[in-house]
Each structure stands twice: as structure tokens, then as C-alpha cells.
Design a protein around this ligand. Structure first.
Ligand code: ADP
Ligand code: MG
Length: 233
């Protein structure tokens, strides 16, 4: 089962005045199969960048990101399917196509992860899991923000990936919806799915008491087992 390791991983961006700036700097840590990790830090701290590095959406400019001891920079062409199968991703920006129904959207995701058969049944199952069995024929604009986020979670779950990377899935949701989502994630995790989620939902982080990784200005500031929001050591 997959394990991800960051070894002194840094990502640099050029600013408008052509200077280089670290989005994340010198991150070293391991995320083992079955862990539940909250990734916290203020806006601009590097949470999204770290999630994209883990999922292989971007490559580090320094250091390395390894999936089961293989440098993911080597995953290209057909090997990308391995990444798509390993990581179910919900990004900060929606990936849903506005002009396609929810079912069509999920089919697109199923193909990207290499599923050929039974993808419709898998989509229906994923929608059932997130508590939205009846939205298949809707368009994204017809759903509430909470429903859209849950559909995105279903999209990420369609090929039953061992690893979920969730970027601010809980943003702008009411407490009841966040609670439902946390409950579902807890259940998936108890069945073996590794979860890394960037969130600002501090009260839920404090109730769940899982591993809490804190970023400040792109650097690893805290990494605490059974942690709370704001824990450093
Ligand atoms: P967070 O998700 O914690 O809000 P990000 O990972 O999005 O933080 O960003 C970390 C830093 O990197 C910020 O200063 C941001 O402006 C910068 N950054 C992120 N992505 C880009 C990009 N594509 N181009 C330039 N700068 C970026
Ligand atoms: Mg972000």
C-alpha cells in the first residue's frame, strides 16, 4: 500500500518583479498508509502547494517526492495513470465541467483513472457514499455549494483510491455538512484510506485528534500526532 515521502522538497515561483520565492521550502516528512492528516496554516502558507506536490500535480524544484520509494518525477506518460489511481484529489478549484451532468462528470474522472468497465456502477456507489444518490442527472449549477463539494468528493472516490488529497473541502460549508463529511472521511479512513486534508475547520480538527501538520510561510512548523489546531510540538 502506498506511502509518500517528501525529502527536502521545495517549490519556487517567480514573483512579478522576477525574484524567486519559495511556496514551500525544505519539507521532509512521511505519510504512511492509513494515516489521517490535517494540514493547517494560514492563507499562503503553502498547503495547496504541498498537496499538489504529494499528488504529483507539480514537481519539486529542489528535493524529491517519492511514492513507495519511486521518485514521482519519473511518472510520465502511461505511468501517470498510476498517480491517478493512487490519489483521489479534490482541489481548491472545482474540476466539475459546467456543461456536463454529474454522471457525465464522474465518467470523465473514471476514464482518467483508467477505469473501463463498471464505471457507471462505481459512480452511483460513490454518489451514494457521499449521501447524494439522486443528483446524477443534475448539472453542477443546480446544486448547492455543500452538494458540489460532496460531488467532488464522490469524483475523487470513484476508483476507490488508497489516498485522498483534499484541499479546503470544508470551506464555506455549514457545520452540519462539515460534520457529515468528517464522519464519512473517518469511516473511509477506518477502512484503510489515507487522508490528507487542508482545512481551516479548527473545531473539527480539535475533536478528531489526528496528525496535525502546520505550515508557516512554506515551512514545516509543527507535526503532531493526535494533535489540535495550532499545536507545534
Ligand atoms: P495555501 O494553500 O496555504 O493558501 P499556496 O500553496 O496556495 O498556499 O501558496 C503558497 C505561496 O506560493 C503563496 O505565497 C502563493 O502566492 C504562492 N504560489 C502558489 N502557487 C503559485 C503560482 N502558480 N504562481 C506563483 N505563486 C504561487
Ligand atoms: Mg490553498
Amino acid at each position: 500500500m502506498p506511502e509518500v515521502r517528501l525529502e527536502n522538497a521545495s517549490k519556487l515561483y517567480k514573483t512579478e518583479d522576477k525574484r524567486k520565492q519559495y511556496a514551500v521550502k525544505d519539507l521532509s516528512l512521511t505519510i504512511a498508509q492509513g494515516e489521517f492528516v490535517f494540514l493547517i496554516g494560514s492563507s499562503g502558507a503553502g498547503k495547496s502547494t504541498m498537496l499538489k506536490l504529494i499528488g504529483g500535480e507539480i514537481s519539486p524544484d529542489e528535493g524529491a517526492v517519492l511514492l513507495d520509494d519511486v521518485n514521482i518525477a519519473r511518472f510520465f506518460g502511461p505511468w501517470k495513470v498510476r498517480l491517478n489511481r493512487t490519489f483521489g484529489i479534490v482541489g481548491q478549484q472545482t474540476l466539475l465541467i459546467r456543461k456536463r451532468t454529474i454522471m457525465e462528470n464522474l465518467m470523465v474522472a473514471a476514464r482518467a483513472s483508467g477505469m473501463q468497465r463498471k464505471s457507471k456502477a462505481a459512480a452511483e456507489k460513490a454518489l451514494g457514499l457521499v449521501g447524494l444518490p439522486r443528483v446524477a442527472e443534475c448539472y453542477p449549477a443546480q446544486l448547492s455549494i455543500g452538494e458540489v463539494r460532496r460531488v467532488e468528493l464522490a469524483r475523487a472516490l470513484i476508483s476507490s483510491p488508497p489516498f485522498l488529497l483534499l484541499d479546503e473541502l470544508t470551506a464555506n460549508l455549514d457545520d452540519d455538512t462539515i460534520w457529515d463529511i468528517m464522519h464519512l472521511l473517518n469511516e473511509l479512513n477506518s477502512r484503510g484510506t489515507t487522508i490528507v486534508m487542508a482545512t481551516h475547520a479548527s473545531q473539527f480538527v480539535n475533536i478528531m485528534r489526528r496528525r496535525v501538520i502546520t505550515l508557516v510561510d512554506g515551512k514545516l512548523f509543527g507535526d503532531v500526532k493526535n494533535g489540535k489546531y495550532g499545536d507545534v510540538v
